[in-house]
Design a protein around this ligand. Structure first.
Ligand code: HEC
Length: 161
């Protein structure tokens, strides 16, 4: 293959991945595809969220029929301490914080340790264009474990394993 052909293939591959990202569910809606298959490895192109109002949810979150007791507590803590940026039930808030009910945060990409580290140390913006996450004080290890449990149970209910 000559260089021009290679370049075209590369552009098509990127455009294809991007299309999966922004509209992988084929719904034509503005929301990003949280459970989509457009992510490979740890890298991702931040989806175009310009069609969503600032503060609007970035994914549709399906809650499981029931949550375990730790996950129920984790949900309460999450919605108090994290939802101002990550959205109610981790659906994301455009311009503020990403949905954690999203393929990029599946256990294989972001283990439960990420849920301990992020609130302790803060997070430098690297996957999204929503700025840095500051450290969130005042939460115990037990609180953070319950938050992680909540996120995992909801991820599973949304096909993210
Ligand atoms: C002030 C806004 C804000 C608050 C409050 C906030 N976050 Fe975040 N968080 C962010 C942003 C923005 C990112 C995305 C950084 C990136 O990857 O670009 C993020 C990323 C994360 C990540 C992914 C870390 C990684 O390794 O990539 C986890 C996990 C997380 N947050 C958990 C939490 C939890 C749990 C809480 C509540 C205790 C919380 N966040 C509160 C803004 C916030």
């Amino acid at each position: 293959m000559n260089k021009t052909a290679l370049a075209i293939v590369a552009v098509l591959a990127i455009a294809g991945g991007y299309a999966l990202w922004t509209d992988g569910a084929g719904t034509g809606g503005a929301k990003t595809d949280g459970a989509g298959t457009g992510v490979t490895g740890h890298s991702m192109v931040p989806p175009d969220t310009s069609g969503i109002a600032t503060g609007g949810a970035l994914v549709d979150v399906v809650l499981p029929a029931s949550l375990s007791a730790p996950a129920r507590t984790g949900r309460q803590i999450f919605n108090l301490a994290c939802a101002s940026c990550h959205g109610t039930d981790a659906a994301g808030r455009n311009g503020k914080g990403p949905p954690l009910i999203h393929r990029i945060y599946e256990p294989g990409h972001h283990g439960d340790q990420a849920f301990m580290m992020a609130p302790r140390n803060g997070v430098r913006a690297h996957h999204w264009k929503f700025g840095n996450m500051p450290p969130i004080p005042g939460l115990s290890d037990g609180d953070l474990k319950q938050i992680a449990r909540f996120v995992r149970e909801v991820q599973a209910a949304n096909g993210i394993n």
